[in-house]
Ligand binder design. Sequence first.
Ligand code: B12
Ligand code: SF4
Length: 449
Amino acid sequence: MKILLISPNTLTVPYPVYPIGLDYVAGAVSARHEVRIADLNILDREALASLLVAFPPDIIGISIRNIDNTEAGDPLFFIEAQKELVSWLRARSRAVMVGGGAGFTILPGEILTALALDYGIAGEGERFAMLVEALDTRQPLSAIPGLISASAPDAAIVPWAGVQERNFGKTSSSHHHYYLEHGGMLNLQTKRGCSFRCIYCPYPHIEGNKHRLVPPDEVARTALALQEAGAKYFFITDSAFNSDIAHSLAVAAAFRRSAVSIPWGGFFAPTRLPPDYFRIMGDAGLKHVEFGTESLSAAMLQNYCKPFRPADVLTAHNQALDAGLHVAHYFLLGGPGESADTIAETLNAVDSLKKTALFFFTGIRIYPHTALYDIALRENKITAATDLLQPVFYESDAINHAAIEKIIGQKAADRINWIVGSGGKAAAATVARMHKRGYTGPLWEYLIR
Ligand code: B12
Ligand code: SF4
């Protein structure tokens, strides 16, 4: 069968992101089928139309990574554009249309309906290969975990226990060149799942809450392949790289053994870590640390069920600084229990975080399958019938978003290292200009004060 996998994600905020998920979907499909990847960062509609003629697909898989940008203050919604793409494809192809991806997995039934897809796979995309085989051999589809269709729109997500094979560099496409030319950042996964249970977070639902580890030497082999392909930097896409400390250290050791020499970064939780943790990581090439700190109010960290306390944040921060790393913290303000007092507590404590970049987001998007969803239901902020495909942001009873934004806006006004939200289009334009001049990495490091 001919299979076309499409990445429709053309968002350039904070920078264009290599569609790593499709490497795994492509890697799972049996070699007896022909797979191509169409990355819409590269192909315009004319080129896509020509591809549909030259390579008429039997199945089209669409990667739905982003539903929206999860920014209450500067909202963007991507579902309408994806819907238009699907009907454009339908007018030119008789292929079976299948959706999947991180965004898709959060609200699979809703997205399947909105986009009028034939099938969707909630959860890991390796099961796409099972769907391909079943369609090819006309076998019943009911046994495929996570598979949904208009007549069966509900699916339980069952973590994939089989092989995860990344197809990087193996398809006939060379779409990674676009990312090499736009910042040089490629990406890498060392495990799936997050074992923490922060109340607002959909990651454990998307990836599972039990870690599935990629053997460290295999991670290093992929890192080396990215390096040899020309990557100047890589981002580890794990929900929190250090949620399994031993594995992250083993990955760092494998990088050193295999002479991975390009810098890298990722998401970390500022939990209690061995004192030399960041030094070891730095020796293995770690250059930037993005801490999912969210608050520096002890009460709010507890309300969010974060696996650390304010003192742990400061310790982890200083350990990372001492190791010579670039450090950023992300804050998520306005959750259950937030008040003027907890905001003040956070902002006062922020000043003790030296030499850093700080990203502030106000309002927490309510996702199904999270504790925040249950809280919002109990507090009558939503009902079971609320459409969550259109983003709904939790607002605390004690302080509204506008009041928080005003406080942050005032404090951020004369501080270049305080960024409200992701920085939006203006930040993306600066990033693009810097990429053109040959800069690489996340680039917020130039704002560090
Ligand atoms: C790492 C990450 C980032 C990094 C990416 C760095 C990099 N260079 O790669 C950074 C920080 C830059 C980032 C930015 C953003 N992110 Co982000 N990110 C993630 C994260 C943690 C992992 C994504 C990832 O790469 N996973 C690893 C790969 C292998 O998995 P995958 O892509 O999901 O693919 C698997 C399956 O989904 C599936 N699959 C994928 N495609 C397909 C296609 C088909 C047909 C099928 C069947 C299956 C399938 O199979 C794959 C293998 O199992 C996810 C949360 C999560 N845990 O998933 C959020 C997440 C994807 N991000 C999200 C968002 C919103 C954003 C931003 C818009 C935030 C912002 N305002 O800036 C930007 C958008 C950037 C862009 N240009 O697209 C949301 C999307 C949900 C939503 N509400 O839309 C998520 C889910 C987090 C959340 N808030 O819930 N992100
Ligand atoms: S540690 Fe990070 S990824 Fe894990 S549940 Fe908490 S917020 Fe989500």
